[in-house]
Design a protein around this ligand. Sequence first.
Ligand SMILES: C[S@@+](CC[C@H](N)C(=O)[O-])C[C@H]1O[C@@H](n2cnc3c(N)ncnc32)[C@H](O)[C@@H]1O
Length: 404
Amino acid sequence: MEELDEAMSDGAVLDLSGETAGEHATEAGSPFFVSKKAAAVLKHAILKQYVVPFASKVGKYAPDSRVVYLDGYAGPGRYDDGTPGSPALILDSAAAISDFRKLECYFVERNRKNYQSLSTLVAEARQQGLAAQALQGRAERHLDHVLGAADGSPLFAFLDPFGLGITFDALTQRIFGSRRAGGQPTEVLLNFNANAVRRIGGLLTSKKDNPHRPATLKALDAACGGDWWQEEFLDSANNPEAVDRITDGFAKRVGRAVGAGSWTIEVRNRADLQVAYHLVHFSRHKDGLWLFGEAASLAQVEWRRACVPPPSDGMLFNPADAFEQEEEARRLKWIKRIRVNLEGLLQKYGSFIVGDHQAEVMAGVLGEARERHVRAAIKDLFKEGKTSCNGVGDVRKLRVAITS
Ligand SMILES: C[S@@+](CC[C@H](N)C(=O)[O-])C[C@H]1O[C@@H](n2cnc3c(N)ncnc32)[C@H](O)[C@@H]1O
């Protein structure tokens, strides 16, 4: 386990206190209109960007190149308007890598109507030769079945409930705990619901009589692994602070319990709206945390693009042009910031490997910038004679050293 190391940008936290690293990310820049579905755009983009590199990487040494994927709160698979939900997206990913990886998918859904539509999607996928199962009922009820099927193979679990999901104990002991002995790669991406924290936390100070109060507080205790969150809520100056503190506390506690690092990504429906939920990613492996940073950065581009309003009559400029200009300005700002970080690391260590200092290299731009921006910053320093590293090759493995 590496030393405690934590870094934040505006909306991203990378916590390296477990095996390696954790993270919050958001881009609060665009003043533009954002569609109501922008939160789902970010969530789905992260899934799409991450699961393929994850399966490609961990499946390399897995028996039969098999990787198990669990979507514990799957929804209908595809929405009424044809928009893919998480199952449709992942089945596309499974098809895309089917020549070299077997992504075996388990989708659990409690609601009967959603399950029916999910089953149709899964049946189509099976006809195409993909390995997929739709399971009806509560996620917890199917956990043992899926964990049994995943025994000996890498596992990625996506847990995306509307409110509170599986308990802290189910996450740490059943999902992670059951797989520790084999050392099989295990990663979880979960939706930690800020609305639930605000709503349930509000009960602590509410004067209204509420017969469900004790049970509701207990439900959040179970999700958080204890009642520690209550003090955090009461000690916070406002709801955004409470949500941040409780999400961070949750990620750290899970990370400590299972020996994992984590990323925490803020998800909003609009840059100026409060956080709807955080996506928290847990991995016991440094490579997973690095790859997730790449996926989060690419997904943020999709999210920002989804925030651009369509051009309309009477507009003095084309919003798409403004978007490209804003992206270029962001790129330059990130590279500048990473340069400063790299120069600080050069001063401190004289020589270092980029991938060993992910949080410090990306400090201030976590979840926003990615490898290509690190490479550009290294190349700038090389041109200026500040490092002997020319920025060519696998960025994570580059050794950046002061020019001798
Ligand atoms: C946020 S939606 C899922 C969206 C889906 N992951 C996507 O991105 O397209 C949550 C789903 O979980 C289902 N659900 C609620 N409680 C559940 C439980 N205990 N176990 C399994 N599914 C549950 C709901 O019916 C709902 O369809």
